[in-house]
Design a protein around this ligand. Structure first.
Ligand SMILES: C[S@@+](CC[C@H](N)C(=O)[O-])C[C@H]1O[C@@H](n2cnc3c(N)ncnc32)[C@H](O)[C@@H]1O
Length: 179
């Protein structure tokens, strides 16, 4: 019951389990050989990010909320680089903070009120640049996620590759690619 003993100091009962973090890494790792770099959006309490601390390709970490930025440094050390930035401000290029041609691992929310045209645009541009996006969601079905439904209708490939039921709540891993 590791996840129950680590409710992450966030005040939230919604938190990713270690098992889910390991699954996110396992899925992302399938694409490491195809890319020179990765970017991780929404480090939160670090439960998923902890698995990406020593990846075979360099990873940049991005988190916009100041208290989670602080938590990241407390957990992984002040010297572990973190870009305290908003996903929506990141460029579509191959720079350290760019969303272009990379493995993009995202734990930021994309459903409900988090859906926007700018979100669709950032995902679409990143996919068109050749990136593979590994996105977590507590919503299990592709058709329930407006962003995914929209991108599928535009011809992108969206797959639910795994669901970890031993998580509060159960969480799915989706992979998005240019078809
Ligand atoms: C669901 S939580 C992360 C879950 C994480 N796996 C954990 O266990 O803590 C989502 C995280 O994404 C961050 N986030 C949300 N929108 C963001 C954005 N536009 N740019 C960067 N980070 C964002 C939030 O601040 C939050 O830390």
């Amino acid at each position: 019951m590791v996840y129950l003993t680590k409710l992450k100091h966030t005040g939230s009962v919604i938190s990713s389990s270690d098992k889910f973090g390991a699954k996110m890494f396992e899925v992302a790792a399938r694409y490491f050989s195809q890319y020179a770099r990765g970017i991780f959006i929404g480090t939160g309490s670090g439960v998923v990010a902890q698995y990406f601390m020593q990846p075979p390709i360099p990873f940049s970490f991005v988190e916009k909320h100041p208290s989670f930025v602080r938590q990241f440094h407390e957990r992984f050390g002040a010297d572990t680089p973190l870009l305290a930035k908003d996903f929506f401000t990141l460029p579509i290029d191959e720079s350290e903070e760019g969303l272009g041609n990379c493995v993009l691992v995202s734990c930021m929310p994309v459903t409900g009120m988090f859906y926007s045209e700018k979100l669709v645009e950032q995902f679409r541009d990143s996919l068109n640049s050749g990136s593979t996006i590994v996105q977590m969601s507590y919503t299990p079905f592709i058709k329930q996620i407006r962003l995914f439904d929209r991108l599928q209708r535009e011809g992108f490939k969206v797959q639910r590759v795994s669901t970890v039921f031993f998580n509060i709540p159960p969480a799915s891993v989706f992979v998005l690619r240019k078809a």
